[in-house]
Design a protein around this ligand. Structure first.
Ligand code: HEM
Ligand code: HEM
Length: 154
């Protein structure tokens, strides 16, 4: 069974994690390849690879936004109401929302001169997501362990 409830099923959890990993890894790869590729030489194969990473990133980002929408009803709102992992969950949600907004602004910059700064913000937020997600998982497993501890059983 695939449950996208307050507690995610192994299927839902793995789907979220694999998609997050593809989004994060493709974004990071674009950054790293930018340092390696020769800016003047457009025949450098690293430019092609970098472009492919951006295409992969754009596709994975679409799936990610759809998946966070799926989490919103039961996982996010349900855990929020139950006062579980609130601070971390809220921060994660805010970073994801800002990533989606800044990502959209990269496609359609409000002003061409702003694109570079929006890109820098987007990359910073991307690194923040890569750091926050493991924290969210760690907090989740700690909370679960505390809940299942015999001293806390009613
Ligand atoms: C207000 C927002 C959120 C709150 C309050 C929240 C809360 C929680 C809680 C309490 C758990 C532990 C569940 C349990 O084991 O019983 C958890 C696990 C998890 N959350 Fe969230 N969360 C939020 C947003 C998100 C978002 C946006 C994502 C997407 C990236 C996400 C992904 C996950 C994943 C992958 C797990 C691990 C599931 C598992 O170990 O079974 N959460 N969250
Ligand atoms: C919900 C999460 C995210 C969404 C919706 C998103 C969306 C987007 C979009 C739409 C673009 C423009 C693609 C293009 O120009 O073809 C983009 C570019 C980019 N994203 Fe993300 N992204 C997300 C997460 C991340 C993460 C986690 C990183 C990791 C560091 C990241 C790094 C980048 C980079 C480096 C670029 C290229 C910037 C540029 O063209 O100047 N993104 N993203």
């Amino acid at each position: 069974m695939n449950s996208w409830g307050v507690r995610l099923s192994p299927f839902a959890r793995n789907t979220v994690l694999i998609c997050s990993l593809v989004v994060i890894a493709s974004g990071m790869a674009w950054m790293v390849l930018g340092w390696q590729a020769d800016e003047q030489d457009y025949t450098d194969p690293l430019h092609t690879l970098r472009h492919r990473m951006l295409v992969l990133h754009g596709i994975a980002a679409y799936v990610m936004v759809w998946m966070v929408g799926r989490l919103s009803n039961l996982h996010q709102q349900g855990n929020w109401r139950a006062h579980r992992n609130r601070g971390n969950g809220l921060l994660l949600t805010a970073v994801l929302a800002l990533l989606a907004i800044s990502g959209l602004c990269l496609y359609y910059p409000p002003h061409e001169d702003w694109r570079e700064s929006i890109s820098q913000w987007h990359q910073g937020l991307g690194i923040a997501l890569a750091l926050l997600l493991p924290f969210h998982l760690l907090a989740a497993s700690t909370l679960r362990r505390l809940r299942n501890h015999p001293d806390n059983a009613r």
